[in-house]
Design a protein around this ligand. Structure first.
Ligand SMILES: NC(=O)c1ccc[n+]([C@@H]2O[C@H](COP(=O)([O-])OP(=O)(O)OC[C@H]3O[C@@H](n4cnc5c(N)ncnc54)[C@H](OP(=O)(O)O)[C@@H]3O)[C@@H](O)[C@H]2O)c1
Length: 365
């Protein structure tokens, strides 16, 4: 029996993780479930899954991550909240199933160094990174990581249509049913940019050796190219249950959530295209900030998150998210190797500055 806690159990990943656990009742014991605000759902989950305790809000997360009863913690909250508990759990020697990509975007160097120091496994939940994790046998023989992107709801829409997109149109993702923040990021392709940075830290590849390819069917979840030109890809139906189960049961595999067998003939075709960096400039911004490194990605992440929240609140247009994030990045003086305190200071400063900019409406072009 593996002892597990879930941070963000009421969210999209958290709920699906509980569905996985429900199918494998003799494999898991739940130590704790935690969420931000949804006390009613947390109560229902507690009645059904009987964790030893539940936590509502950020303060209690420290207790979970200090609880060495845990074999593994699934970090499935969204945004910057994931960073502190992840580091705490690592320092307590607890393995991590990591859905919260913002943790690595904000502090990838620090988090990966601590994981190495404490001998902790970080197994990715993001379907692309989970795919790469499965494709890599000997990392020294791999030349390139190939990250697939569905392209989101505006892949074949005009730039003008995208500019005037409503929140509802933006949240109508054609393949994945996810939380609101990541769904907006998927529409602007910032999510892919964040994933490139996440891959850089998880697998230690230079940005020039990480390629993004648009693949609308979301059947190939990502691939790696070996030195000899062989390409190994991981395929599967577009369901987050599979990577979640992989991450929390690694290195074992179980039937668990599998509902039907994969059939190439049912899929019929797989399409690929290059990402349009002019229509989706956020991907290029993420590459640029990733290459600068240090606090550049902290700034980008904070500005993007605040701008996404403002878009969801109806305060700005979809295209303003990039404009605001880019402006914040242009004005930021990157700090090399920032400490955790510096990361949180910069994060706070950029968020305030972004909110002020949004309130002043000076960004509209
Ligand atoms: N959804 C996907 O398919 C998917 C795929 C790949 C990666 N990811 C990544 O996984 C993460 C979660 O995404 P999601 O789509 O599951 O987000 P989501 O549906 O918005 O869920 C977020 C979860 O975090 C909880 N939370 C918020 N504030 C918290 C706090 N202070 N303390 C503890 N928990 C808190 C929320 O609780 P309340 O709702 O109760 O406030 C909720 O349970 C993101 O980083 C995302 O990029 C998601």
């Amino acid at each position: 029996m593996r002892k597990i806690s879930i941070i963000g159990s009421t969210g999209s990943i958290g709920r699906q993780a509980l569905e996985v656990i429900e199918k494998l009742p003799d494999k898991f014991e739940i130590i704790a479930l935690a969420c931000g605000h949804n006390a009613e759902l947390l109560k229902q989950q507690a009645e059904k899954f009987k964790p030893r305790y539940t936590v509502l809000g950020e303060e209690g997360l420290e207790k979970i991550c200090s609880d060495k009863e845990n074999d593994i913690i699934l970090v499935a909250c969204s945004g910057k909240i994931g960073l502190k508990p992840t580091l705490k759990a690592i320092r307590n020697g607890i393995d991590i199933a990591l859905a919260n990509k913002e943790t690595l975007v904000m502090a990838g160097d620090l988090v990966m160094a601590e994981a190495k120091k404490y001998g902790v496994n970080i197994v990715p939940v993001d379907s692309e990174h989970c795919a790469i994790h499965q494709c890599i046998k000997d990392i020294n023989q791999v030349d390139k990581l190939i990250i697939t992107a569905s392209g989101g709801p505006f892949l074949h829409k005009s730039t003008d249509e995208m500019k005037s997109a409503t929140v509802e149109q933006t949240l109508a993702h054609p393949r994945w049913n996810m939380g609101k923040k990541i769904t907006v990021d998927s529409a602007t392709l910032m999510n892919k940019g964040l994933e490139v940075i996440e891959a850089h830290y998880l697998f230690g590849f230079d940005y020039d050796n990480i390629e993004v390819v648009v693949h609308p069917q979301s059947i190939i979840h990502s691939a790696v190219e070996y030195k000899d030109g062989s390409v190994i890809a991981q395929l599967g139906l577009p369901s987050m249950h599979i990577p979640i189960q992989y991450a929390i049961t690694y290195p074992e595999r179980f039937e668990g959530i599998k509902s039907k067998s994969f059939s190439f003939s049912d899929i019929a075709r797989l399409d690929f295209e290059k990402p349009d960096f002019e229509k989706f400039p956020s991907v290029k911004l993420a590459y640029d900030m990733g290459k600068i490194g240090g606090s550049a990605t902290v700034c980008m992440n904070a500005a993007n998150e605040e701008a996404v929240m403002a878009f969801l609140a109806g305060e700005i247009k979809l295209c303003n998210i990039y404009e605001i994030t880019k402006k914040m990045c242009d004005e930021h003086e990157p700090v090399k190797n920032p400490s955790l305190d510096e990361i949180f200071e910069i994060d706070k400063f950029v968020r305030e500055k972004t909110k002020n900019l949004i309130q002043s409406h000076k960004f509209v072009i």
